[in-house]
Each structure stands twice: as C-alpha cells, then as structure tokens.
Design a protein around this ligand. Structure first.
Ligand code: FES
Ligand code: FES
Length: 165
C-alpha cells in the first residue's frame, strides 16, 4: 500500500506491506536509523517516535496507519549539523552524561521532547517525571542522569530538592 506521511517536516511517500511497522519503515525504507529497535513488542521504548506530537512505540504502529500523519524521529530534534545544532534537550543529555552505550538514547530524547512540548509542567511533579522516564528502559545509566538532563532542559535546577506533591 502507498502511504504518504510527513517525517521530520518532509513529505515522504512509501510503498509498504500492511504488516510492517513504522519503526521498520523509518529505518529500512527511509534510512532513518536513529530510531532503534530492540524488543519489538512494546516494552523497551527504544523505538519511540512522536506521532502527531505524542510519543508512541513505533514497533507497535503499523506504517499504513500513518497516512497523512506527522512523524518526528530523533533525527528531527537537532536544527543544524554538529554540536552547535543540537537541541537544548540533546545538549542537556550531553552536559549531564545521560547516556552510556547510547542505544536507548534516541527513544528517551523523543519521549522527553514530546512530553515537554505537550505539558512542560511534567518536570514539576517528581512522580509524574519518574513515571514518564521509567516507561522506557535503560540498562546503563541508572536513570538519574536522564532525570537531571530533562530538568536542565526545562530550565529547572537538577540539584534542587524534590518537592513532593
Ligand atoms: Fe519498540 Fe522495544 S522496540 S518498545
Ligand atoms: Fe545504554 Fe541506556 S545508555 S541502555
């Protein structure tokens, strides 16, 4: 089936078998290999992309259901080449050392970016922020640097004591 969709602001058209998921099509048909696939059953969140502004597991979304929709992948976060083009969230991940092997990082970046755009107050509720970040799996960092990076990107002080709600 022919599917037209917007990917990182560019109109794209692909021929896909109805059984294929969005993550595969992004990587294999569109060459956007920043979206990582691991469990392919909706558990790990490595494959997270934003679909019409909401974070989704691209391994659980059929590509044919994306007709006319807007997809943003990790490649769409930076607005220029090199370190200077990195988004504030990407710079915060670097500053807080929020990655080690980096396999999970594209998923966390897209997850956090979508959450900050939808409701920036998520960072002001420690429990909500914790629930958001633990919805994706990271085997390396212990999550604290990721939490600090998201707070930093949102203009909060990562060292401020948590205020329970
Ligand atoms: Fe999609 Fe793990 S690869 S959730
Ligand atoms: Fe290695 Fe998260 S940095 S899995």
């Amino acid at each position: 089936m022919r599917v037209r969709l917007s990917v990182n602001g560019e109109e794209r058209e692909v021929d896909v078998e109805p059984r294929r998921h969005l993550g595969d099509v992004l990587r294999e048909d569109l060459g956007l290999t920043g979206t990582h696939l691991a469990c392919e059953q909706g558990v790990c969140g490595s494959c997270t992309v934003a679909l019409d502004g909401r974070a989704v597991r691209s391994c659980l979304v059929l590509a044919v259901s994306c007709e006319g929709r807007e997809v943003r992948t990790v490649e769409g976060l930076a607005d220029g080449a090199g370190a200077a083009g990195l988004s504030p969230l990407q710079r915060a991940f670097s500053a807080e050392h929020a990655l080690q092997c980096g396999f999970c990082t594209p998923g966390f970046l897209v997850l956090a970016q979508a959450a900050l755009e939808q409701d920036p107050s998520v960072v002001d509720d420690p429990e909500r922020l914790r629930r958001l970040l633990t919805s994706n799996l990271c085997r390396c960092t212990g999550y604290e640097p990721i939490r600090r990076a998201v707070l930093r990107a949102a203009g909060r002080d990562p060292d401020a004591p948590e205020q329970p709600r």
